[in-house]
Write a protein that binds this ligand. Sequence first.
Ligand SMILES: NC(=O)c1ccc[n+]([C@@H]2O[C@H](COP(=O)([O-])OP(=O)(O)OC[C@H]3O[C@@H](n4cnc5c(N)ncnc54)[C@H](OP(=O)(O)O)[C@@H]3O)[C@@H](O)[C@H]2O)c1
Length: 248
Amino acid sequence: MSSQTSALVMGVGPEQGLGAALCRRFAKEEMQVFVCGRTKDKVDAVCSSITNQNGNAVPIVTDVTEIKQVEGMINIIRDSQLPLELAVYNAGNNLPQKFLDVTAETFTSMWEVLCFGGFLTSQAIIRLMLEQSEVARRQSLLFTGASGSIRGKAGFSAFASGKGALRMLSQSLAREFGPQGIHVAHVIIDGVINGDKVVKGFPEYAEGLGKDGLLDLDAIAENYWNLHRQHNTAWTQEIDLRPYKESF
Ligand SMILES: NC(=O)c1ccc[n+]([C@@H]2O[C@H](COP(=O)([O-])OP(=O)(O)OC[C@H]3O[C@@H](n4cnc5c(N)ncnc54)[C@H](OP(=O)(O)O)[C@@H]3O)[C@@H](O)[C@H]2O)c1
């Protein structure tokens, strides 16, 4: 299959994870998908499952907090000659901890992944999108948020600080680059994702949430695709997603 446009997902981990689900969804639209994560085995596995379904996926192993690696990632995308129409900053980590136990190193490394990588990659992506604006049909830059993007709960000081800052970054970029045709939007995942991170990492907790207690991966991915497809006279800057029975 030959693709006319491309999509980039940054922060791709296990096949049962949001990053991978976004890659699969965009590949269904015949886009060439750049699958970016920091662990080669995981990135390769996601690419193989897409190509096995006749999709078009290219692995890029990049740590999104390292400027040289981000430059390398953008060069691969630019060299592909396909307009980059859709990019998602999905990289994230979490480490619930009592505030007095959070070290400066933990706080800094969480912030680097949750926010600084969003800054580094957005700058490179927006530069590329502006270069390509004549040839792209539409251009979207989407960010994955969490409950912590809008609410700092006890035990989540580092996580909420990073996610809150990423949300503000997305708002600044939306206001600066929306008028230049780049749709910047932020997706608040307000609940637990039905993916490996929690289902394998905290099985009892996941089970305790019961039927429909976790957000379905494909259902989340559909919402990202819908944001990208919005007509430019009716853009959304932020959406929140949660299971119907989640209390909020
Ligand atoms: N899981 C949840 O219940 C939940 C709830 C609300 C919001 N979220 C948010 O949703 C997003 C996806 O979560 P998910 O749990 O489904 O994870 P995922 O999409 O399966 O994986 C995200 C991946 O980001 C990668 N990553 C971390 N730091 C990176 C870096 N510096 N450079 C490149 N990649 C990096 C990690 O790769 P490695 O595996 O190789 O370390 C991780 O697997 C995250 O932003 C998260 O904060 C998750």
